[in-house]
Design a protein around this ligand. Sequence first.
Ligand code: AKG
Ligand code: FE2
Length: 275
Amino acid sequence: MASKAQISQYHDRGYFIVDDAVDAALLQELAAAADRVAARVRSGEVVDDPDGIHLGGEAVEPAFISGLVAPEFAEPAFAQYLASEPIARYLQSFLGDELRMGWVHLCCVQGQYVIGWHRDTGGQVKDGSYEEEMEILGRYRKHFMKWHMALVDDPCLWIVPGSQNRFRTDREHEALQGGSGEIPGATRIDLRKGQTIFWNGNSIHRGVMPEAMKRRSTLMGGMIDHRSDYDPGEKGDHRWLLADNIRPGLPARAQRYYDNWRSLAEPRMAAAPSA
Ligand SMILES: O=C(O)CCC(=O)C(=O)O
Ligand SMILES: [Fe+2]
């Protein structure tokens, strides 16, 4: 379970960092598996397509890979990780016992990488009044938790601590409109290999890869409290997850997460096939 100090840091500053959310042996497996999946996408052997993971396609240089639990990647470590005990224990403190599947993605950029300042409130008003912004921050993704886990040391994420709880400043407004430059009080998160940051995406944040850094290899996870109503925006509902070959390859706890998700997502997707 998360400690009281971690829970209050999460609520006040919008994040906390831990060393023990992944087992040492699994960490080594994940790091090696991540390199293999990136190589498979790079060579065209596996295609990570929102409509269905498949074999044999065009080589691309991946930045984010999303189909990690699909059997086409042949890397069971990712589903084991998503269903692992330490992840469940940390999430339980915030989301309760009954979770539904979010995601685990790999960020494997090489070379340049910048995602400007933003909150993860996609689809919501970005330029709202005080009342509108506070309403969004109070409601959006409230039953949801996300995290990064570094497979190699990762200093790319920047967060403005506490900004998940308050209206933007003028300087932040400018930065959120696509302006560049620094925000006073922003913190660079220096994750060492194997460390996990659980953080609130309503915070103002950005991703920047330092010039000297050659490659990033970080898992990005998310999970949802299954007591909450289904929200089509709660995760990119990739249709590949509906394929018949996904569920049998998952560990028991992940099957439960999957079934919870599918029971709500499938009827939605059937009603709106291209959503
Ligand atoms: O590169 C990063 O760490 C930030 C990515 C991001 O914006 C997010 O995970 O919401
Ligand atoms: Fe983000």
